[in-house]
Design a protein around this ligand. Structure first.
Ligand code: DX5
Ligand code: ZN
Length: 228
């Protein structure tokens, strides 16, 4: 019989990791059971900070089997899709606000051999997805304004998550997942899961903790306990 329970995954974000010891940090959470590694790419234009590029993704690739979930917070991401795919990205998320030709970009990500996601900033309404649904694997709702780790979850996003999780079956292709990113921690993960989120990014709440593996396990347990 098919397993109909809703998928819940924690995707630790390396933004809060020790960049001088990345491979070891990543190994810790992989051993603890993490399947997704969230990689935040910032360009100093779409968001104020600059973080990392394909070279770091490529350097990390031999050290882990985890699914590389690359979140491009960059302007005109169409310029770099193939570079990140070649470096080892499995999934690439681009921002609705960062490109003009989203349909073509979705096709480009697929042609590069990756699954595709679209991210929406907190103030961006979610519209138009039915026109790219055939290519879309993940919808990412930002629950902070992108650009920094360790920010406070925006409570008003709970209703956006609820609305989206109810709407997804109407326009999304089967299996399209709802991801949330920003400010997720042990104190609010229950509410976020209850609202319908399926992939939960967590940076400060995992790699910002003294014991990232233990923090990952605790977050996952809290999320699973509240699966609806
Ligand atoms: C924010 C990034 C997030 C960030 C989340 O711009 O997209 O992925 O790392 O970090 P926390 O969980 O610390 O808010
Ligand atoms: Zn992110």
């Amino acid at each position: 019989m098919a397993d109909l329970t809703r998928m819940i995954e924690i995707a630790p974000s390396i933004l809060s990791a020790d960049f001088a010891a990345l491979a070891g940090q990543v190994a810790q959470i992989e051993q603890a059971g993490a399947r997704f590694l969230h990689i935040d790419v910032m360009d100093g234009h779409f968001v104020p900070h600059i973080t990392l590029g394909p070279l770091i993704v490529q350097a990390l690739r031999p050290y882990t089997q985890m699914i590389f979930d690359v979140h491009l917070m960059i302007e005109r991401p169409e310029r770099y899709i193939e570079d990140f795919a070649r470096a080892g990205a499995d999934h690439i998320t681009v921002h609705w606000e960062a490109t003009r030709h989203m349909h073509r970009l979705m096709q480009q990500i697929k042609a590069a051999g990756c699954t595709a996601g679209i991210a929406f900033n907190p103030a961006t309404p979610v519209t138009g997805l039915e026109f790219v649904a055939e290519h879309l694997d993940v919808v990412l709702l930002m629950t902070v304004n992108p650009g920094f780790g360790g920010q406070t979850f925006i409570e008003g996003m709970l209703s956006k998550i609820t609305q989206m999780s109810r709407g997804l079956p109407d326009w999304g292709k089967p299996g399209c997942l709802l991801q949330v990113d920003g400010g997720i921690q042990v104190g609010n993960i229950a509410r976020v899961v209850q609202a319908g989120a399926e992939i939960l990014v967590a940076g400060a709440a995992v790699f910002g903790q003294p014991n990232p593996a233990g923090a990952y396990v605790a977050l996952r347990a809290a999320a699973l306990a509240n699966r609806v």
